[in-house]
Design a protein around this ligand. Structure first.
Ligand code: 5AD
Ligand code: FES
Length: 354
């Protein structure tokens, strides 16, 4: 086995064996990293040119019933000042977002029992009727299949649910017992069966991650073939059990982004806020290594700091318009262009409802 040959195979076949994946993770050099980054950018340009899609992120609740060891808004963190946006507040984020050229709204929140199924359906329906030309993405965790179906029928197009890790033991080391790996995967399958454009993903360099668990992530993704994959570095939060764990690195994250681009040539892959948090130029580097999406925040500035999944999160003081201008300039400076577009997957053939 040798790295250049494996990378060529990945580019050609979009999948590798577990041994090949592990070999890639265990035999990195600066040179082979650079080669992979170039390959990923080439593939990305072939299908998306220099276009970057933007998604408006609305963090509408930081209440969460879960207790993930890594996450700043876990329920055991009593220091968090909790908030919920009202339906009107959510809609005014969309209004502002639409004006700023967003054509995808991402409703993200903790698993907050106070937003019942009916509430989510009402909110999705309201956005759907006001913005027929926009995509609606939900990122609201685990529900039963019937609920996922009703959200879809109400007009949601996409769903983000990071699998977090495709290794059961690793999953259990990141989450208390109330969360379970099998259920996570069942949710992802259900979402796909319903017809959502589905996004999975994981944190790079999370505690207990190894070449083997990463290989399993890649194997899961090459089989599942999601429309989107969100990855960013693990960044410790000071009020969580993982507060003393090491932060992920930029190059490890770029390496994974580039690999994902070769698995999913048409994939929608964000350069995440977490990547922008560990490096001033993180998002730019992500875009240059195969990413094609940015997800600036549309939440009202007064709540931004409260949605703190990890320490030092960027853009918590900026207005949405400032982030849009900032990102436009950043992308332009490296020769890429943020476009006004829903930014569906080019492979997407899903039934569109009127
Ligand atoms: N560092 C980086 N990413 C995190 N997430 C949660 N906590 C952290 C952290 N400390 C990610 C998880 C989750 C997504 C919304 O944010 O992967 O799925
Ligand atoms: Fe928010 Fe740059 S993207 S300030």
């Amino acid at each position: 086995m040798n790295t250049p040959a494996i990378m060529e195979k990945l580019k050609r076949e979009h999948r590798l064996t577990k041994e090949e994946w592990i070999f890639l993770f265990d035999n990195r050099t600066r040179q082979s990293d650079e080669k992979l980054f170039r390959m990923a950018d080439e593939v990305r340009r072939e299908h998306f040119g220099n276009k970057v899609y933007k998604r408006g992120l609305i963090e509408f609740t930081n209440y969460c019933r879960n207790d993930c060891y890594y996450c700043g808004i876990r329920k055991s963190n009593l220091k968090v000042s909790r908030y919920r946006l009202s339906e009107e507040e959510i809609l005014s984020c969309c209004e502002e977002g639409y004006r700023l050229g967003f054509r995808t709204f991402v409703l993200q929140g903790g698993e907050d029992g106070a937003f019942a199924k009916e509430d989510m359906i009402r909110i999705v329906s309201a956005i759907r009727s006001r913005y027929p030309d926009c995509a609606i993405t939900l990122s609201i965790g685990e529900w039963d299949k019937a609920a996922y179906q009703e959200f879809f029928d109400a007009g949601a197009d996409r769903y983000l649910l990071r699998h977090e890790t495709a290794n059961k033991e690793h999953y259990e080391s990141l989450h208390p017992k109330q969360m379970n790996y099998e259920r996570r995967i069942e949710c992802l399958q259900a979402l796909k069966e319903i017809g959502y454009q589905v996004g999975c993903g994981f944190m790079v360099d999370s505690p207990n991650q190894t070449s083997e668990t990463l290989a399993e992530d890649m194997m899961f993704i090459q089989d599942f073939r999601p429309a989107m994959v969100g990855i960013g570095p693990f960044v410790p939060h000071h009020d969580t059990p993982f507060k003393d764990k090491q932060s992920g690195t930029v190059t490890d994250t770029l390496f994974c982004i580039a690999l994902l681009r070769l698995i999913l040539p048409f994939g929608l892959i964000p350069a995440t806020t977490a990547l922008g948090t560990i490096s001033e130029t993180g998002r730019e580097q992500g875009i240059r290594c195969g990413a094609n999406v940015v997800m600036p925040n549309l939440s009202p500035t007064i709540v931004r700091k409260k949605y703190e999944l990890y320490d030092h999160k960027i853009c918590t003081g900026e207005e949405a318009a400032e982030c849009v201008n900032c990102l436009n300039a950043r992308m332009e400076a490296i020769g890429y262009e943020i476009v006004v577009d829903r930014g569906d997957s080019p492979l997407w053939q899903g039934e569109k409802k009127a």
